[in-house]
Design a protein around this ligand. Structure first.
Ligand code: DQA
Length: 155
């Protein structure tokens, strides 16, 4: 059964207590539960991770690339947190692999401070889901599933 890898970047371990007016009251464990049921609906297993360290996130993208090459990883859903707006290295990591990466943001970054309007990930991502709260993770998994099954993909 293929795996969908969901990666979370810095400070997302604090969901639930971190700026609830922006990110809501749900915890990262709640996000994981949503992802688990969205993945199960497509007969995928879920691998759900969080790190505050950029290099580890890069290593995980490389690992997903190898997994995609051997057929074990269907795709990546990636909320890179603030690294979205700073990391050329994450851009390069995504470009270096063939696994589809869907960029997710809980908040609508375009309605927030100007420094959040630019994403280094977007030009490398297969798709982007922004501003749907934690539902965005499930929407991204749905998008990966449609992408993986051309009969359900509308372009
Ligand atoms: C975020 C938006 C980023 O700008 C911010 O740095 C985060 C969370 C979001 O999910 O809305 O950490 O990625």
């Amino acid at each position: 059964m293929p795996t969908v890898l969901v990666l979370n970047g810095p400070n997302l371990n604090l969901l639930g207590t971190r700026e609830p007016s922006v990110y809501g009251a749900h915890t990262l464990a709640d996000v994981e539960a949503c992802c688990r049921s969205a993945a199960a609906a497509h007969r995928w297993t879920l691998d759900f991770r969080q790190s505050n360290h950029e290099g580890l996130l890069i290593d995980w993208i490389h690992e997903a690339g190898l997994g995609h090459a051997d057929g074990s990883v269907a795709g990546v859903v990636f909320n890179a947190g603030a690294f979205t707006h700073t990391s050329v290295a994450l851009h390069d990591a995504i470009k270096a692999v063939t696994v589809p990466v869907i960029e997710v943001h809980i908040s609508n970054v375009h309605a927030r401070e100007p420094f959040r309007h630019h994403s280094y990930l977007s030009p490398a991502a297969a798709g982007i889901v922004v501003g749907f709260g934690i539902d965005g993770y499930a929407l991204a998994i749905e998008g990966l599933a449609r992408r993986a099954n051309p009969e359900t993909t509308r372009t």
